[in-house]
Design a protein around this ligand. Sequence first.
Ligand code: NAD
Length: 494
Amino acid sequence: MTDMAAAAESYGLVIGGREAPGNRGETRNVLDPATNQPFAEVAVADTADAHHAMEAAEAAFRESNWATDDGARRSKALLALARLLEERQELFARLETRNMGKTLRESRIDVGFVVRTLEYISGLADKIQGETIPVPGSRFDYTIREPLGVTVHISPWNYPLLLALRSVVPALAAGNAVVLKPASLTPLTAISFARLAHDAGVPDGILNVVNGPGGAIGEALVRDPRCRSVSFTGSSEVGLKIAEIAASRLLPVTLELGGKSPVLVFPDADLDRAARGIGQGIFGNAGQMCWAASRLAVHESVRDALMERLKKIAEATKVGPGLEDGAEMGPVVSREQEARVLEFIETARHDGGKVVAGGGKASDPRLAAGNFVLPTVVADLPAASRVVREEIFGPVLAAVSFSDADDAVRIANDTAYGLFASVWTRDLATAHTIARRLEAGMVSVNEPPTTFPQTPFGGFKQSGVGFEQGLRVVENYTRRKNILVNLGATKRKA
Ligand code: NAD
């Protein structure tokens, strides 16, 4: 990689295998959420850069043999990327923590997940195949799966590298050329990853990264006539806009959107395990998870016992800079996000909620310059409260109680979203019957939000369309073609 790659804390746009400043030379300071101090500078694209990236991708798709070569070549390249990333796991984890704020432990897990994704998907690149279909007469019918061409990927800031690559890797495996627009707040690990592509054997122009404002650059990419599919992870609001543009051009989309995921605790649950799992599900990543288990519904008979445990867990969670030893919860990503979370906590109080733990900014003066919000638990909110209905994207749990299983299912499904739900019970029948009644793309039993590259990830209702991950994900980035051949043979005589 050339030019800007040499300067340690300076990041460019990666287009056609070159890293360079944007068309207008504009740059933006990248802030560390633990201090709000700048630590890096990144190039900002304009729409001319976006179109340039699409042009470079299309040229690479047509002119390199990435798509036409044996899939084993792509498999090897993805595996090589897995090794290159693994060798740099600590560097990437530290960069992710500085850029996004999450703890180093969390960033290490994220980078490890990407390595596993590359390994898992690499094994699929040479197994993309069609079928033969019996048809009448002297004919032969079969299908093939072809890459789409240039695929556009737009990703959010909460798992910057992981969510960018979750869709990029299968698109590459299928032979596409990719243009990725990471979230403007957190583009550094995606750019750093693209720097590895050439050495792994990915032809220049097959993986392009353009950083810039979503409204301008994201839309320009989706509207570009060379765009053949869009994979978007982000808010439901922006997802809807993208769906509208894509519909007007009949582009296939995968939309991974927001959530307000319920966690149901039945009276026979192991309350200690449940409390720990609930803590992970809402305080992990400082609550900035699309599938944060942010609405707790607990059976009234165990409500007090569970709330006591949750209060202890929230108060014992060590809040601090992500790079600091022992930090269990880092800052939220930006001042704006902090203000949003604090505003929700105020609304909770205003709506009559009882703050059981946390309830504001961390008071430790050492943390004053960063975006540190305390792990917060609020009980007894009315079902209509915005705090119960809207995605907060911060470490705030809203708790209510239920009287029986029907009540629990009604509360769980009473949301516009349908991404994830979890059930805590020791009873097998309760676990399976409730899991089937929940309107969510993913349900876990006695487990906090947990996923693997091999398990599908996707939501119902306002949480999205389609899925990422899993054995069939590569098909998202292919199109199926049916080929019917008349063999011209004369009819055999009886
Ligand atoms: P966001 O929707 O504001 O931004 C996501 C991406 O879209 C960013 O890259 C942004 O620059 C871009 N963008 C913004 N406006 C655009 C437009 N008009 N056209 C094209 N692109 C545009 O989301 P965010 O604040 O970065 O992330 C948080 C949201 O993402 C939450 O709602 C969260 O639930 C969701 N999310 C969902 C999943 C999932 O898998 N379902 C995973 C993580 C995050």
